[in-house]
Design a protein around this ligand. Structure first.
Ligand code: SF4
Ligand code: SF4
Length: 409
């Protein structure tokens, strides 16, 4: 790529796409078509730049003149789908350019998850991961656990029987639960970690920087990326008023509901972590008192998760089709449903702890948690991991000199 010379007027070239690569957004359903569509919209945006202040996608775009698959995947994951650039765009449908940045990004983003999945053969699961699969898997696992209780020495009567002090380890011993969950959780972590490593390695640093060797990650860049991810900065629409859902109105609902969901999930995770430390370090076994730290963390996390997922479900039903990738809806809803099932069954288990319904509530909760973990690497959860990596890449990249010097960094 030719670099601009000092003193010469700089022009942002719009490379014409070969006839075969010109895409109708509605038809670009294969990988090459989706990359070509992102390249097309980015080339138009790179000449227009009206949305430069909206989010990280546009400053990242200005460091590039061409958008190959790696650049397109990176930008697609940097987009938070707030919809602001669709509503601001003079070339949006019904204009003949039919420019829809959030939709082009969303379609390619879904492709990213499958492309970088580990093992590669399981990448196709993203296409099948939906609401029906999520609920059927949770129900099937709950049924399997209930059968295990009924076929054990406890018999069918063991399924409807109170346990002294609500001790659920009398139903499934602690070591059995650990041996069931640890491999599933370990595999999910490994698969997600290797997938995001592929994504990171594949992504170029942009023509503007093109470092000869891998670029180190400065601490300040890591801190900035973590801050932007934890605050969900780019769900504010660039103007602070939030995302677009079903119409032109901007709302902060999605940002807040994501926070309820994310921090609720973290609180539940912290509850499990503290309980594990209690068990192994202090020798204190569950169930714990209502005022204990694991219970307080679990109750607040569960309630927060329920509020977040119920709200996100409602937004998902109302979102305008132009602002999303319709094909991704089943995956979104499956993940939301599993999170809600996990949270609500956990709270139900606490409430029914002293009743004969304890065994069934336990089977339901464990089935939901296991289904959530099993689908974690091949479902919507992946979007948080890839988006976090894209934010880190952006924070690193913007600290490097921009050799193109075409944009306002
Ligand atoms: S989305 Fe439309 S208005 Fe915004 S930069 Fe691109 S072409 Fe310009
Ligand atoms: S984050 Fe919002 S403004 Fe930025 S590209 Fe995505 S939809 Fe457009």
């Amino acid at each position: 790529m030719q670099q601009p010379e000092a003193g010469r007027a700089r022009v942002i070239p719009i490379h014409a796409l070969p006839a075969g690569e010109r895409t109708d957004p509605a038809r670009s359903t294969d990988a090459a078509g989706e990359v070509a569509e992102v390249a097309r919209v980015m080339q138009i945006c790179n000449a227009c730049r009206y949305c430069e202040g909206f989010c990280a996608v546009f400053p990242a775009m200005t460091r590039r003149l061409a958008f190959g698959p790696a650049d397109a995947h990176y930008l697609a994951n940097l987009c938070h789908n707030c919809g602001a650039c669709l509503h601001a765009c003079q070339y949006a449908p019904p204009h003949e350019f039919a420019l829809n940045v959030p939709q082009a990004m969303a379609r390619l983003r879904r492709r990213t998850y499958a492309q970088y999945a580990w093992p590669a053969a399981l990448g196709g699961l993203y296409q099948r991961n939906g609401l029906t699969l999520a609920v059927a898997l949770a129900a099937g696992l709950a049924l399997f656990l209930a059968l295990a209780v009924a076929l054990s020495g406890q018999g069918v009567a063991g399924l409807w029987q109170a346990r002294p002090d609500g001790d659920f380890y009398a139903i499934f011993p602690h070591h059995l639960m650990v041996s069931l969950f640890a491999p599933v959780f370990g595999f999910a972590l490994l698969a997600l970690g290797l997938g995001v490593r592929r994504f990171w390695r594949d992504g170029s640093a942009g023509e503007a920087t093109a470092p000869p060797a891998p670029v180190p990650i400065p601490g300040a860049a890591a801190a900035e990326a973590a801050r932007d991810a934890l605050r969900l900065k780019y769900l504010d629409g660039g103007h602070g008023e939030g995302c677009h859902e079903e119409d032109d109105a901007a709302t902060l609902a999605r940002r807040r509901l994501h926070h309820f969901t994310f921090y609720g999930f973290l609180l539940c995770f912290a509850a499990t972590g503290v309980a594990t430390l209690y068990h192994y370090l202090l020798g204190w076994s569950a169930p714990y008192a209502w005022t204990s730290l694991p219970k307080l963390l679990g109750i607040s996390g569960g309630l927060s998760l329920m509020v977040g997922t119920l709200g996100l479900w409602r937004l998902n039903l109302r979102r305008h089709p132009l602002q999303q990738d319709i094909a991704q809806r089943p995956m979104d809803r499956g993940f939301i449903a599993l999170l809600f099932l996990t949270a609500s069954s956990g709270l139900l288990l606490m409430l029914l702890r002293s009743t004969p319904a304890l065994p069934l509530a336990l089977c339901l909760h464990l089935g939901a948690v296991m289904a959530l973990f099993a689908t974690l690497p091949y479902g919507k959860f992946a979007h948080g991991i890839y988006r976090g990596a894209a934010l880190l890449k952006f924070a690193v990249e913007r600290r490097l000199p921009n050799r193109l010097a075409l944009g306002d960094d």
